[in-house]
Design a protein around this ligand. Structure first.
Ligand SMILES: Cc1cc2nc3c(=O)[nH]c(=O)nc-3n(C[C@H](O)[C@H](O)[C@H](O)COP(=O)(O)OP(=O)(O)OC[C@H]3O[C@@H](n4cnc5c(N)ncnc54)[C@H](O)[C@@H]3O)c2cc1C
Length: 399
């Protein structure tokens, strides 16, 4: 019997790859190995609907167990792969069982970066089980300190306010989400969270966490019932590194998402690929979806290059943030109703490189979809029209 295709990591990228392999007609043995107890699921709801209690795991799952069984995907849950031997095309799971593979996809994602000292009142958010534990703590009136003003911290703060918690948010840098959004959006985030009653503090350094308070370096003590730490994630590269695969800040791949071992691919948060000449990882839903799909096609021998326009979204209170492309070139700003914003980034030829939308409800999502089409179309655009809220974006696609 031929060796199976194996996917390590039953998260978003791994689950998408398994489904794609079947959609594309792969009829051989297919094994999806995860260390969590659940079917593959999407993580964005963990800090939003699932934490709030309006969404459950089934609604976040990529498929249900009957679908997986009908597709003939063997899902091995709660059994991490502990060893990989690329030279022998085999791997071992925590229960000691060895499996040989014909082709392998590493989609091991990442884990929440933790503070050096573990403490009972400190929580992290990466998995469904983390979200359930945290949800139980977010009772009305609970005093929560969020450490980290990136997207996970901000979304947790917004959800916790909705649940009636008192929230203080600490950010070490001078602005919110400073790594990923332009200053004008950081300002909008700050204004919104303060308006919603979050005590946001910028440029603060944490000294230590006690059972009932957070101590800042400047001597201030913030009494609290619980602390959520959202200070980024660490890619799960150890399995690949120990097997001798090339790693940097992630598992390094070529243009086809192939690692330094010929029959092993990588996809999702753990995958470090070259974009505009630089190695980088993307920790987004869109990237997990696209790379999971492409890695599956390449496991089937298609040899397709990964081409991407990056993008992500975040929902906070009634507001939505959506981005697409690269936000570094010349910026043109359009005001939207209720204080919303649409930012366009143009190159020297006035072609769109990236865009960022911040608006009530779903409005920015629609604009950003059109911006993606404008980026692909590479049509020179008139900055005056872009800045004008009365000019609809769709006709601009006609050039
Ligand atoms: C709380 C939260 C909110 C988010 N919100 C947004 C959002 O609004 N918008 C957006 O664009 N993105 C968002 N993201 C990011 C997005 O969810 C991730 O980019 C995406 O989940 C990455 O998918 P992945 O498959 O690469 O990794 P994961 O989904 O992390 O899957 C990897 C899986 O592999 C498992 N694994 C690791 N090592 C092993 C091993 N040795 N053996 C077996 N299994 C292993 C892991 O436990 C995990 O189950 C959010 C993420 C989080 C955590």
């Amino acid at each position: 019997m031929n060796a199976p295709l194996i996917i390590v990591g039953a998260g978003h990228a791994g689950g998408r790859a398994a489904l794609t392999l079947r959609e594309e007609g792969y009829g051989g043995r297919l094994i999806l190995i995860g260390d969590e107890a659940h079917l593959p699921y999407e993580r964005p709801p963990l800090s939003k609907g699932l934490l709030q209690g309006s969404t459950d795991l089934a609604q976040c799952s990529l498929c249900d167990s009957q679908q997986l069984a009908a597709l003939g995907v063997e899902h091995i849950a709660a059994n991490p792969v502990s060893r990989l031997e690329p030279q022998h095309h085999r791997l071992q799971m925590a229960d000691g069982q060895w499996l040989s593979y014909a082709g392998l996809l590493l989609a091991t994602g990442g884990r929440a970066r933790r503070l050096p000292r573990e403490q009972a009142n400190v929580f992290y958010l990466r998995t469904h089980d983390d979200a359930l534990v945290l949800r139980n703590e977010l009772k009305p009136g609970a005093r929560l300190v969020v450490v980290g003003g990136g997207f996970i911290g901000l979304e947790v703060a917004a959800t916790a306010r909705g649940l009636g918690c008192e929230v203080t948010l600490l950010e070490a840098g001078p602005r919110l989400a400073g790594r990923v959004v332009p200053p004008v959006i950081s300002d909008a985030l700050l204004a919104l969270h303060r308006e919603q009653g979050v005590d946001v503090r910028l440029n603060v350094a944490l000294e230590c966490i006690h059972a009932d308070a957070v101590q800042l370096v400047d001597g201030q003590r913030l009494p609290c019932d619980l602390v959520v730490v959202g200070i980024g994630m660490q890619p799960n590269i150890e399995l690949a590194a120990a097997a001798g695969l090339e790693v940097g800040q992630g598992i390094r791949v070529d243009a086809q998402l192939r690692t330094s071992a010929a029959d092993i691919y990588a996809a999702g948060d753990v995958c470090e690929f070259r974009l505009a000449g630089l190695y980088q990882r993307q920790e987004t839903w869109r990237n997990a979806e696209a790379q999971g799909r492409l890695a599956a096609l390449n496991l089937l021998g298609r040899a397709l290059a990964f081409e991407t326009i990056p993008g992500f979204w975040s929902d906070q209170y009634a507001w939505g943030l959506h981005t697409v492309g690269v936000m570094t070139a010349r910026m043109v700003r359009r005001a939207l109703p209720d204080g919303g914003l649409l930012l366009f980034y143009l190159d020297d030829h006035h072609r769109l490189q990236g865009a960022c939308g911040w608006a009530l409800g779903n409005r920015a999502a629609k604009d950003i979809k059109l911006c993606e089409r404008l980026i692909t179309a590479r049509i020179p655009l008139d900055p005056v029209s872009l800045a004008d809220p009365d000019v609809s974006l769709k006709p601009l696609l006609r050039g």
